[in-house]
Design a protein around this ligand. Structure first.
Ligand SMILES: *[C@@H]1O[C@H](CO)[C@@H](O)[C@H](O)[C@H]1NC(C)=O
Ligand SMILES: *[C@@H]1O[C@H](CO)[C@@H](O)[C@H](O)[C@H]1NC(C)=O
Ligand SMILES: *[C@@H]1O[C@H](CO)[C@@H](O)[C@H](O)[C@H]1NC(C)=O
Ligand SMILES: *[C@@H]1O[C@H](CO)[C@@H](O)[C@H](O)[C@H]1NC(C)=O
Length: 526
């Protein structure tokens, strides 16, 4: 009897665990560090027994991975590579202008994905493909959202960094241009903004939202119509109705802000549990660097050829003054390289950061690199180049675990001074160790949590219970802006009327007293 019961229980458990779904993942970002984040999620879902079809420019291409089909859209790199060089000339373009430029490219990317023959075969009306969920990278690819309509599935959005301003607005989060949470605000300085800077940020934030609403979205909608037919719903609505958004924003290393419940913070899960081994040469060099070594990498998107001669010269001049070995991820031949500088085309970053002799990490402020620096407790020197990098470096500086330099403005003295500070002042390292403890002290594993939420959405075919009605309100009703306007207007009118009446009374009383005086003097004369 009891054996039967156990069998029944076991069968029930196995059935529950083994609910296998088909999931479509669309991750167009042409940046390997961002793809690493999505890859961890999709691989974990596969481990759970789900079947995945993933559209990505960086496929793993591992034929042993069963139930994991990749559609390679590597050609997207051609469109994107034109974007990144914002570092050589001191370019005074505003963030809004950059977004306007990016929007064109993203539009092109949406079209190229939807017109790709293999992708087309998946979403063709008679393809016979069935899915239970769409996971899509959130940025400016709204034309891809009708894929969810096509398969009649809920959508989970995912971002490998903080959500951009218009998406925060779309899902009902407050737009707070004076708050450092917006990495795409116009002015991103550390510390309190002045009144003027706040005003500037307010104007630019709303211009950005306005641009996306009135320019970007209608054009994305047209692309969507072209590929999915004229009867698709409003893509802005689809974006608003998204079930969940996974956002890489771990509280200890970001500027925290109020979030609607459909935002689920993820993060840190691309940091490896098993780091790869170093080449013998490099292992030997690092082991022998008993005075310590410094690692420098400006990330995977930025190519070292984009550095101007002058900037490169300042780096080399500074490095030649150091008692440390410097490992520099540099894709080219580096002329005039001092003896203590070693260049590598590609570097196993996590293994290098994990080496006990490392003293500091010079980087561009990318979020994934920031997470790795914290995981291995290495103090940083950030030279942000674009987008969210300024925000992450600002956060590191505010936590006292790093220094910030301007990539276009620093000189050799600044760099030597910054390296001296973070390597000789033990406080940097100690604060970094504390930060690491804080990051690791959480109630659950980020990746397992993300998998749980994904299955939650599949089980319930969406998550409307997490939808905040703030997302349905027009902009002027959020934070009661219209009411504040009305009340201000009423107060202003009342104040004006009072002033006017007082003025009239004053004039009247002056005239009266004048008349009186004249009357008196007439009486006296008489
Ligand atoms: C592949 O997915 C199907 C369900 O779609 C499942 O039944 C099967 O066990 C999975 N295979 C592997 C090797 O995980
Ligand atoms: C700045 O960037 C814009 C667009 O990316 C470009 O058109 C312009 O020429 C650049 N300015 C300078 C000074 O290079
Ligand atoms: C969004 O959700 C609302 C409320 O559930 C629904 O009425 C509307 O049709 C949805 N829109 C789209 C495009 O899915
Ligand atoms: C760059 O520097 C090298 C030597 O470091 C020099 O030979 C070359 O002329 C420089 N190029 C420019 C464009 O300044």
């Amino acid at each position: 009897m009891s054996r039967h019961l156990i069998t029944v229980i076991l069968v029930v458990i196995i059935c529950q665990q083994g609910f296998a779904s088909r999931i479509l993942g669309v991750f167009p970002a042409t940046s390997i560090s961002h793809q690493f984040v999505y890859r961890q999620l999709t691989l974990a879902l596969r481990e759970r027994g789900h079947e995945l079809v993933v559209i990505t420019p960086d496929p793993i291409n591992d034929p042993t991975l069963k139930n994991y089909t990749e559609i390679d859209v590597h050609f997207l790199y051609e469109d994107a590579n034109k974007i990144v060089n914002c570092v050589s000339p001191p370019n005074k373009t505003t963030w809004l202008e950059k977004v306007q430029d990016l929007a064109e490219k993203f539009m092109l990317m949406s079209q190229r994905i939807l017109s790709h023959s293999v992708v087309k075969k998946v979403y063709a009306p008679n393809s016979g493909e069935k899915f239970d969920l769409l996971i899509i990278e959130m940025l400016f690819w709204q034309a891809l959202l009708p894929l969810a309509k096509r398969f009649d599935v809920p959508v989970i959005g995912v971002s490998s960094f903080g959500l951009s301003l218009h998406l925060q607005h779309r899902i009902g989060n407050p737009v707070m241009p004076s708050h450092p949470v917006h990495w795409d605000a116009e002015i991103k300085v550390l510390g309190k903004l002045s009144l003027w800077q706040r005003l500037w940020n307010l104007v630019y934030a709303w211009r950005l939202v306005h641009f996306i609403e009135t320019d970007c979205l209608p054009r994305q909608q047209m692309i969507a119509r072209k590929y999915f037919g004229n009867d698709i719903p409003d893509i802005a609505d689809m974006e608003k109705n998204i079930s969940l958004v996974f956002v890489n924003q771990q509280a200890p290393i970001s500027f925290v802000s109020p979030n609607v419940p459909k935002i689920i913070n993820i993060g840190g899960f691309h940091v490896s549990k098993h780091i790869e081994t170093l080449s013998q040469d490099l292992q030997k060099t690092l082991d022998e660097a008993t005075h310590g070594f410094i690692y420098m990498s400006l990330g995977s998107n930025f190519k070292s050829t984009m550095l101007s001669n002058k900037t490169r010269g300042e780096f080399l001049a500074a490095f030649s003054q150091l008692p440390y070995i410097v490992i520099w991820k540099f894709e080219d031949i580096l002329p005039g390289r001092p003896d203590n500088v070693i260049t590598m085309k590609w570097a196993p970053q996590q293994t290098i950061l994990a080496h006990p002799n490392i003293k500091a990490f010079i980087y561009q402020g990318g979020l994934q690199s920031t997470e790795e620096a914290v995981s291995y407790a290495v103090p940083v020197i950030g030279l942000p180049i674009l987008g969210d990098q300024y925000t992450h470096v600002n956060k590191m500086v505010s936590l006292g675990v790093g220094k910030k330099l301007g990539i276009l403005t620093f000189n050799r003295m600044d760099l030597v001074e910054a390296i001296r500070s973070v390597t000789t002042d033990v406080n940097y390292k100690e604060r970094m160790l504390k930060l690491r403890d804080l990051m690791e002290d959480k109630p659950y594993d980020s990746l397992k949590n993300a998998v749980w939420w994904t299955e939650h959405v599949i089980r319930h075919k969406g998550a409307p219970h997490l939808h905040s009605t703030t997302a349905d309100d027009p902009w002027y009703q959020r934070q009661d802006m219209d009411l504040i306007f009305i009340i201000s207007t009423v107060i202003w009118i009342a104040f004006s009327i009072t002033l006017f009446v007082l003025y009239k009374l004053l004039v009247y009383s002056i005239n009266c007293s004048k008349d009186n005086r004249q009357l008196m003097s007439k009486k006296k004369r008489a």
